[in-house]
Design a protein around this ligand. Structure first.
Ligand code: CTP
Length: 400
């Protein structure tokens, strides 16, 4: 997939700039041709010579090169923009992200972003607090609206000595994402270039810091749906509650706890081409969340609850043109009747109905047996969750 591809590697000024040298080597190893553009700040972390030696090409930093060499001219951002099959910015600092979100073109990297005709993959890398800041989150949303791809940073120890979400993912993961992005542009994939949001796992509704209302959802079916959508070429965002599954490669993941948090994140992605609500959303949440642990001698034995927002019903009421809405139904009785009524009530296009009365199947199982209910037909699908997910999506996208 990457062999023979022409890739621009954009390096901006963060400590992870040194990792870009390994990414460059890895891209070359799989047969890609790589050119590097660095921001002036990036050159304070790694010298241009490192990248020019490795890429065997001059490294572009300023729009106006110091000495108008044979290979560099002030229009180089235009020719590179036309040349590339993929533009990867790794690491992408908060500053460079902000410039991209605003269309600023004050150096070779940001100018080439505007000139590029190929897909753009941004790997935001910064301190955890900076990553979570409202401005950075807004800029991430903006660049996603432009159609740019994001590879979310990983959690772990950061250069600041703090722990948080902000690390540049390992080279293999970036490579995988590059493949997924390029694959998404292959028009023969049924979901190529389409955005799909999948929710998975349980929610937790806290009573106090140590107690919560939840359910035994393992997230396996939702994760399988996300992977199946990715295999069909979609760009997938997976929003999930607390689960003990490893993150699927090449899929943007967002972790949430409560139904309200899930709702907020789903609303941010409500323009997706398809939304798959596989999460087991709690229907109720405590009216009051105690800030401190409730002591048993002071506790009231009853908890007042209020309903959580029905996210699928909200999506049904705010459906975009051509959007496909897929819900799930978990039932202990009257499976098809209840699933049919959810399909109508929530204005979904499809409901994947599971029964909890099947011994072999259920929350933690690797297998599933479902009825897929559409507006016109119902089919039964059984097998490993990964197979069920693939068949569900291939049935839906043949019939949507
Ligand atoms: N769902 C949702 N928001 C909620 C509850 C459920 O978006 N607050 C979604 C689920 O993700 C699923 C579908 O609605 O796709 C059906 O969920 P289910 O729990 O089976 O049904 P409920 O609507 O909660 O109704 P009931 O619990 O009465 O069966």
């Amino acid at each position: 997939m990457l062999s023979g591809k022409r890739i621009i590697l954009g390096v901006s000024g963060g400590i992870a700039a040194y990792k870009a040298a390994f990414l460059l080597r890895a891209l070359q190893k799989v047969g890609a041709e790589v050119r590097v553009t660095m921001t002036p700040a990036a050159t304070r972390f790694v010298g241009t010579e490192t990248f020019s030696s490795l890429s065997k090409n001059e490294v572009a930093v300023d729009v106006f090169p110091e000495n108008n060499s044979a290979t560099q001219s002030w229009t180089q951002h235009i020719s590179w923009g036309e040349w590339a099959d993929l533009f990867v910015i790794a690491p992408c600092t908060a500053n460079t992200l902000a410039k991209i979100a605003n269309g600023t073109a004050d150096n070779m990297l940001t100018s080439t972003v505007l000139a590029a005709r190929c897909p753009l993959l941004i790997c935001p890398t910064m301190d955890g607090e900076m990553y979570e800041s409202p401005a950075v989150q807004k800029n991430l949303n903006t660049v996603q609206e432009f159609g740019y791809h994001i590879l979310e940073p990983e959690e772990g120890y950061l250069a600041s000595g703090l722990e948080g979400k902000g690390r540049l993912p390992e080279t293999d993961i970036i490579l995988e994402k590059c493949r997924a992005v390029l694959k998404g542009y292959r028009s023969e994939e049924p979901l190529a270039g389409k955005k799909v949001v999948v929710t998975a796992g349980p929610t937790r509704e806290h009573i106090d810091p140590v107690r919560f209302i939840s359910n035994p959802s393992s997230g396996k079916m939702g994760f399988a749906m996300a992977e199946a959508a990715q295999q069909l070429g979609a760009e997938v965002t997976l929003i999930h509650g607390p689960v003990s599954l490893s993150k699927p490669t090449g899929i943007n993941t967002v972790e949430i706890e409560s139904a309200q948090q899930l709702f907020e994140h789903v609303k941010n992605h409500a323009d997706a081409n398809a939304v798959i609500m596989a999460a087991a959303v709690s229907d109720f949440t405590p009216q009051k969340i105690h800030q401190q642990k409730v002591k048993k001698d002071k506790a009231d034995s009853s908890i007042q609850l209020k309903q959580t927002p029905d996210i699928l019903a909200w999506l049904g009421d705010h459906k975009k043109d051509g959007q496909v809405l897929i819900g799930f139904a978990m039932e202990t009785e009257n499976l098809l009747e209840n699933a049919q009524s959810k399909l109508k009530k929530k204005r979904a296009d499809w409901i994947v109905a599971n029964s909890l009365n099947e011994d072999e199947y259920g929350f933690a199982s690797d297998k599933n047996k479902v009825h897929l209910l559409g507006k016109k037909d119902t089919v039964q699908i059984e097998g490993l969750k990964s197979e069920v997910a693939q068949q569900v999506l291939s049935h839906i996208f043949k019939n949507s």
